[in-house]
Design a protein around this ligand. Structure first.
Ligand SMILES: [Zn+2]
Length: 159
């Protein structure tokens, strides 16, 4: 896997077109770096990669409410094993053949949060499909000023 450095503009253009929620949270990160790379989806999901869906306090439902501080992050790998949680997600009508995802990455605690492409990654993961995907990534070693999704995943921020 070879990452290519891209300009903030290239990242912004892609993110604005594709990501529906919480755009540009990276503006609060320190010295963000932007890159783009191709990787096998299974290799990518073997890392600590999270959807912006978390498991709510009951442990039985997914939530996208980032303000919910009691919800628990669940990786794609763990989520794909929870068929009852995944089924609601996969039946909500989002389908796309796009092979590109948007990832926010903390280089310090090594977590990735997917801002676009969640349904596709989950579908492939559940079906055991290994695809070559393109990742648009913004990386920073400091997300402590971020205030949407990242505080719910980054283990170094707000602590
Ligand atoms: Zn972190």
């Amino acid at each position: 896997m070879e990452a290519t450095k891209i300009t903030p503009k290239e990242f912004i253009d892609y993110e604005c077109q594709h990501s529906r929620a919480a755009k540009n949270e990276w503006v609060y990160s320190i010295n963000p770096e932007f890159s783009k790379y191709r990787i096998n989806s299974s290799e990518f999901l073997a890392k600590e990669v999270y959807p912006t869906y978390r498991v709510d306090e009951s442990g039985e439902k997914l939530t996208t409410v980032y303000e919910d501080k009691k919800a628990i992050p669940i990786t794609f790998t763990k989520l794909s094993a929870r068929k009852e949680l995944v089924s609601s997600l996969l039946s909500d009508g989002y389908e796309s053949n796009n092979d590109t995802v948007v990832a926010y990455h903390c280089t310090k605690c090594c977590v990735w949060v997917i801002k676009d492409g969640i349904h596709r990654l989950i579908t492939w993961s559940v079906n055991g499909e290994n695809r070559i995907i393109t990742v648009y990534q913004v990386s920073s070693c400091d997300w402590s000023r971020a205030c949407v999704d990242m505080p719910n995943y980054c283990k170094c921020s707000n602590k």
